[in-house]
Design a protein around this ligand. Structure first.
Ligand code: NAP
Length: 307
């Protein structure tokens, strides 16, 4: 089995040589860093399912053709990652209602010649906050840092769908968070408990300090922290004691933001659990059976340890 397959490989798939055959995978650009194969292959092996999960590199220009080949090659489904999550929504023949609300698809299931689109990132985050921080996302006042990028958009919307009483949007480029705020307001998400408090906070110490004192959970959706020498996107002096921090970054065990949180007496977790839960939910969509969560968690931890 190759570490990464290409569109060219799919065009002559019969000679791919993978045994058991690749029936699920992840499409992205870049995709070589993805830890999803380790997690899903461990699950497939544990359940005795004769299939494998592979990485498939597809540029934005190749995405449509790559998807069109999947049904005839016997694929059960795929995950879609950067930069394909919005395009996957356009290519899905049908959409699960949650993916439709989020406007982004990260999981496709092949049904005959159809591709059905789902989003497991948002529910994966909800489960990660519960399992790692012991809190119910919908009960928390949330500040989303990086509410302008892809993950920040999906997570902000998930917070509203989950019922968070307040969602504050912060982004380095202020206009993007203002645009997202306007979009979210226009979505009119049905809520039984009245409209949530939704607003934009400037990335500036006084404004951030005030906003952080009035929130329960900060979710870091910026890419700051992916590199080992990255500083914390928030100084520890800004973080109130008892704050919860969910850092979506999973490439580091303890990010600079988590370390800043430790100094301030905040509780934090990294993005590995979100990756785990979105993967487990995708597995359940593809195979209509419960995912072996413990096996998948162990495989991810091992893969993260090796990185
Ligand atoms: P993206 O679309 O490129 O967005 C990047 C975000 O980071 C933007 O909001 C950007 O702000 C901000 N940013 C970048 N450099 C910055 C800096 N120096 N200072 C302040 N803000 C900065 O990327 P993405 O796909 O949303 O991914 C973002 C993060 O989410 C990544 O770390 C990724 O690993 C993580 N993620 C985790 C999971 C999981 O399962 N755990 C899933 C998805 C994503 P501007 O708008 O101002 O450029």
């Amino acid at each position: 089995m190759k570490a990464v397959y290409t569109l060219e490989d799919l065009r002559c798939w019969a000679s791919s040589g993978a045994e058991p055959p690749i029936r699920i995978g992840v499409l992205g650009d870049p995709v070589a860093h993805s830890k999803s194969p380790q997690m899903h292959n461990a699950a497939l092996q544990a359940l005795g399912i004769p299939a494998r999960y592979g990485r498939i590199h597809a540029t934005a220009e190749q995405f449509s053709e790559t998807l069109s080949l999947l049904p005839q090659l016997g694929f059960i489904g795929v995950n879609c990652t950067i930069p394909h999550k919005a395009a996957a929504m356009q290519h899905a023949t049908r959409l699960d209602p949650h993916a439709k609300s989020l406007g982004v698809v990260n999981t496709l299931r092949v049904e005959g010649l159809d591709l059905v689109g789902y989003n497991t990132d948002g529910p994966g985050l909800e489960r990660a906050v519960a399992s790692e921080l012991g809190a119910q996302l919908g009960s928390l006042r949330v500040l989303v840092l990086g509410a302008g990028g892809g993950a920040g958009r999906a997570i902000s919307l998930q917070c509203l769908l989950s019922g968070c009483p307040s969602v504050m949007l912060v982004n380095r480029t202020l206009e993007k968070s203002e645009q997202l705020c306007a979009e979210l307001r226009s979505r009119a998400i049905p809520r039984t408990d009245g409209p949530p408090l939704l607003g934009v906070v400037a990335w500036e110490n006084d404004a951030l300090g005030d906003a952080l004192r009035q929130c329960d959970l900060v979710i870091n959706c910026t890419s700051v922290g992916m590199r080992e020498d990255d500083p914390s996107p928030l100084a520890s002096g800004l973080l109130p004691r008892g704050l919860l921090i969910y850092d979506t970054i999973y490439t580091a065990h303890r990010t600079a933001l988590m370390r800043a949180g430790d100094q301030a007496g905040a509780r934090s977790a990294n993005g590995l659990a979100m990756l785990l839960h979105q993967g487990a939910l995708a597995f359940e969509i593809w195979f209509d059976r419960e995912a072996p969560l413990a096996v998948m968690r162990a495989a991810l931890l091992e893969a993260a340890g090796r990185a």
